[in-house]
Structure formats: C-alpha cells, structure tokens
Design a protein around this ligand. Structure first.
Ligand code: AHN
Ligand code: ZN
Length: 330
C-alpha cells in the first residue's frame, strides 16, 4: 500500500474515533480488506440447523440406517458447498469383534494450494449411554453435542469457504466410529487398546491423498452445549502450543473469552492423537470440559440428555467465529 493511502486511513481513523459508534463500524471493516480478505460472519442459525438435521436421522451408529442416511447427507452438503468430496469406505473392527461399515467423509477446497489446514470432527454417535442408569445405558444416544455439534459448525464453515476462500487450502474431515470405545459397563470383559477413534486411526494409516500433510489441524468435539468451557487440552498444548495460543487469543479478541478459558484441561483421548502421531500434523482439540465431573466432561456426556435441548446457538457461534478468525487471518 502506498504512503498517502495509509496516511489517509490514519487521518480518517483519528477523525472517526471522536465520531459516533455507527460510523466507526464502517471504518473497522474497511481497513483489514486492504491486506487480507474479510473474515466471514458465522451464521449460528445455519449451524444449529445442520446439527438438528443430523440428529433428526436418529442415532448415527455404524451399521444402522440412520448412520447410512446421515453419511449420505453430509457428503451431499459438502458437495453443495463446493468442496471436492472424497468418501473413504472402511470396514472397521470394534472392541467386541463387531464389523462396522464406516465412512470418513472428506471435503477439500483449493486442492492445488500447497498450504493446507485440516479441520475435523467425528460424525458418528455413541451406541451406549454408559453414564445413564443400567436400564437405559445399552441404547444409543442422539449425540447432539457429542458428534453433531462439531460437524454442524464445520458445515457452516464449509458453506462460507465455498463463497470466499481464506487463502490457504482447507480440508474438512468427518471421521467415523470415534465413539465406539469399550463401554464402562463392559470393560471387565475386554482387553483392548485404541478402541476409540477407529475412523481417524484408519485415515492416519491410509490418508485420502498419499503423504497428506497440513500445517496444522483443529478438532471440534462437543462444541455446542450451553455454557460450554474450553480449556487448553494437554496433548494440544504439548504438540501444538502455538496453535492453542492463536485460537485462544482469537477467541479472546472476538469476545468469546468466557468460553475459551485461559487454563489447562487434562489429556483427552480423541481423534487428534492419531492425526498427530500418524501424520505428524500438529493438532489441537477444542472440547467442552467440566472439571467438576470425575469424567471431565459435561453432565450430559454419554447420556440420553445429549439432545438438541442442550445445544446453544451462542456456543456454536463462539467456536465457529473463532475458527474463522484463525483460518482467514493469514
Ligand atoms: C474418552 O474419554 C475415551 N474419549 C473422550 C473423547 C470423546 C468421546 N469425545 C467424544 N466422545
Ligand atoms: Zn462420545
């Protein structure tokens, strides 16, 4: 930018800083557009509808009709938003030997761009409600927050990327079979490791493009509950400290500091572990902690209360807008 233009902007700002608020707003949106594209406005109603739609199929447990229908819907939505879609089909083996017909659903933008950012969430829902009383704990849950919320936020981000590219190439992955881990009521009967995150484990060994790499990755898991609190997850902190800082700072600057708490959480077994270890991509997990509970998550976690009633547009907005700030600013 040439000097007279900068001078003009500074003068304008100086002048408008004494003017009223509505005039100031015009100036704020003008200045950044000189150096980068504007950060799009995350539409929380839109994200809420994507969450609701997923839940409307019924629990998205592998081998069920609801799971099949929802998977088809997600691939179609990514196409509609202009992504290049790759569906990775797999037969995975659960802790109990069950064969799970599964799909990782991948949407890519700006595929020739060597600078890539990976955004991911799991789209399956848990076949059990381990944290409910015995009478109901063997039935599958809605997973409105645990599963659908992260996918809903990423679909809204996909819609916005389809309208205006952020400059870097974005890959969105909806991992399957994250939530089929050994249930608490059965863990005396099985001896198995790595029973969670089956879809991401498969992808980490068989990426959709050979030698896939990204500069960094962001996992969204349980990002829609009312009054959610996101602490800095321990593996994220150790393996991707600069990304953690970037995200928490963006949240603070956008007015979402009450959701993104500036303190450490604990270790969480989640899809990011396998993406970090298998593909050497620094990743963070944005996940709702409730440190008052022994299991570390919300009261509704792995219960039949994980429903739409617990989903808040405000929380979806806080997370969605924060991620947009990070991927569109540089
Ligand atoms: C476990 O506690 C094993 N996993 C936490 C990650 C998770 C489960 N996310 C959703 N469901
Ligand atoms: Zn879960």
């Amino acid at each position: 930018m040439n000097t007279p233009k900068i001078f003009f902007i500074i003068l304008t700002c100086a002048f408008l800083s004494c003017a009223n608020k509505s005039t100031q707003h015009t100036v704020e949106t003008t200045i950044p557009s000189a150096s980068s594209v504007a950060v799009p406005e995350f539409n929380a109603d839109s994200a809420y509808r994507y969450v609701e739609k997923q839940v409307s199929f019924g629990p998205r447990v592998p081998n069920s009709q609801a799971h099949k229908d929802c998977g088809d819907y997600l691939a179609e939505e990514l196409k509609r938003f202009g992504a290049q879609v790759h569906v990775q089909e797999m037969t995975l083996t659960a802790y109990n030997g069950d064969r799970l017909q599964s799909r990782n659903i991948i949407g890519s933008y700006d595929t020739s761009n060597p600078r890539r950012i990976l955004l991911f969430a799991h789209w399956d829902s848990r076949p059990y409600a381990d944290n409910d009383p015995p009478a109901t704990q063997r039935t599958p849950i809605d997973g409105a927050d645990d599963g659908a919320s992260g996918v809903g936020v990423l679909l809204e981000i996909a819609r916005l990327i389809g309208i205006q590219t952020p400059g870097a190439g974005i890959d969105i992955i909806f991992f399957d079979a994250e939530d089929y881990g050994i249930p608490a009521f059965d863990n005396m009967n099985y001896q198995a490791d790595n029973t969670w995150c089956l879809g991401s484990q498969f992808w980490a060994k068989n990426p959709h493009t050979p030698n896939y790499r990204a500069e960094y990755g962001i996992l969204l898991d349980m990002v829609g509950a009312k009054n959610a609190t996101f602490y800095k997850e321990e593996t994220s902190q150790r393996k991707a400290p600069s990304i953690v800082e970037k995200v928490w700072e963006a949240a603070r600057n956008s007015g979402y500091g009450k959701y993104f708490i500036n303190a450490r959480g604990g270790y969480v077994t989640d899809d990011h572990l396998y993406v970090i270890a298998g593909r050497n991509i620094p990743c963070i997990d944005i996940i709702n902690y409730n440190l008052e509970n022994q299991h570390g998550f919300g009261d509704y976690w792995h219960t039949h209360n994980d429903t739409m009633e617990n989903i808040s547009r405000e929380t979806l907005k806080a997370v969605g807008q924060t991620v947009l700030e990070v991927i569109y600013n540089k």
